[in-house]
Design a protein around this ligand. Sequence first.
Ligand code: MG
Ligand code: MG
Length: 251
Amino acid sequence: MVHTRSIREIDKIARSCQIVADTLIFLESYVVDGACVSDLDQMAEEFIRSRGARPAFKGYMGFPATLCVSIDDAVVHGIPGKEILKDGQIVGIDCGAELDGYYGDHARSFAVGTIDVAKQKLLDVTRESLANGIEQAVPGNYVGDIGNAVQCHAENNGFSVVRELVGHGIGTELHEEPQIPNYGNAKQGYQLRSGMCIAIEPMINAGGKEVYTATDGWTILTKDGKPSAHFEHTVAITDSGPKILSVGSNG
Ligand code: MG
Ligand code: MG
């Protein structure tokens, strides 16, 4: 079932989203050469709990941590461990929070120190793909309009779109219907209505679109070993247009 949320409910989702956005803003200055990934995870958990919320990923389907931390050829769902970040890496950090029964979900890919031109382009294009997808999140459009916008921008820049993982509805569950693929045809799929809240989250690969799951059972990696980037916003579909909910409390 696809939910449409009241203004009061969207406000609650927005509060959880804001905590997640503030968490990533807080973490940003610690995503540096020499940082230990599990320290970032602990800092994020403490930050979320200090705001009265709960880390939404911890315990979800057995996931052991607050953050998904995915370095270079890891697409998403990396388990934060004892790895040390190194200059030149790109690192996707995905985070969720639950407050008062409502969920927020948000991800960004960060540069560690100085990255090469190819990785910078991958980050820029993935961020732009998300923005193009969000632009399509208006009442009367279709899920396929979002996916098509993401896919066209990524592929026009020589990159590829992961098929196995998709965005999703969000609200009183972390993952709700409908699925929001990052590929597809315009004017196809579920029709969007005012009040729907969705997480749009392009996962864009520098090389081929094929991925596999690591032996830890979680981490998704590119088959060709080339880097991948991930940006995600939780968005409310409103009569006045798409409203990005995962923004920090300072705007
Ligand atoms: Mg996420
Ligand atoms: Mg998500």
